[in-house]
Design a protein around this ligand. Structure first.
Ligand SMILES: NC(=O)c1ccc[n+]([C@@H]2O[C@H](COP(=O)([O-])OP(=O)(O)OC[C@H]3O[C@@H](n4cnc5c(N)ncnc54)[C@H](OP(=O)(O)O)[C@@H]3O)[C@@H](O)[C@H]2O)c1
Length: 151
């Protein structure tokens, strides 16, 4: 982790579960972490717990199924941090709506978060990396994609 000290990470879905734990761990290893979710109270609390370093956490409200909110988040990141070195594409949900009886609306919700949200966050991250000539970065997809294709 030494090489990531002082570098910037974006963790989507950082308000709970795996994303929260990753955001916490990256900040403990000295990274500047932007944690996003729709509900950011827990990320604010996490940010406070890192007030004394070595890294820090910033809470940004963003629903990754809403392109305008992703655009606003990346505009903020570009202005404040320049770019993202590590993207943890974690925001996601699972709808137990199988192919034989599933509801279209639930599949759409899953696609918008797990596939489109993930892809747009990756695109925006890559564009900022390219702008700043970043040659070493990571995009890690934690979310489980799209899974109604079970009968
Ligand atoms: N836990 C497992 O066994 C497991 C297994 C395989 C894959 N995964 C994947 O790993 C990821 C994390 O799992 P988890 O168990 O930690 O899930 P979790 O506890 O349900 O947390 C999901 C996180 O995603 C955020 N989120 C959901 N919809 C969002 C949206 N539209 N915009 C922004 N953030 C959103 C939630 O925050 P808000 O509700 O505040 O927005 C929350 O922070 C998920 O993508 C999941 O599919 C988990």
């Amino acid at each position: 982790m030494e090489r990531w000290k002082g570098k910037t990470a974006l963790v989507t879905g950082a308000s709970a579960g795996i994303g929260y734990a990753i955001a916490d761990a990256l900040a403990r290893h000295g990274m500047k972490v932007i944690g996003c979710a729709r509900n950011i109270a827990t990320i604010h609390e996490l940010a406070k717990s890192h007030n004394n370093g070595p890294g820090h956490v910033e809470a940004v409200q963003c629903d990754v199924s809403k392109p305008d909110q992703i655009t606003a988040m990346f505009a903020h990141i570009a202005a404040k941090y320049g770019h993202v070195d590590v993207l943890i594409n974690n925001a996601g949900l699972v709808q137990l709506d199988p192919l034989i009886s599933g509801r279209r609306e639930k599949w759409r919700e899953m696609l918008e978060v797990n596939v489109l949200g993930l892809s747009v966050c990756a695109r925006e991250t890559l564009q900022l990396m390219q702008k700043d000539g970043v040659t070493e970065g990571d995009i890690i997809n934690v979310n489980r994609g799209y899974s109604p294709l079970r009968v």
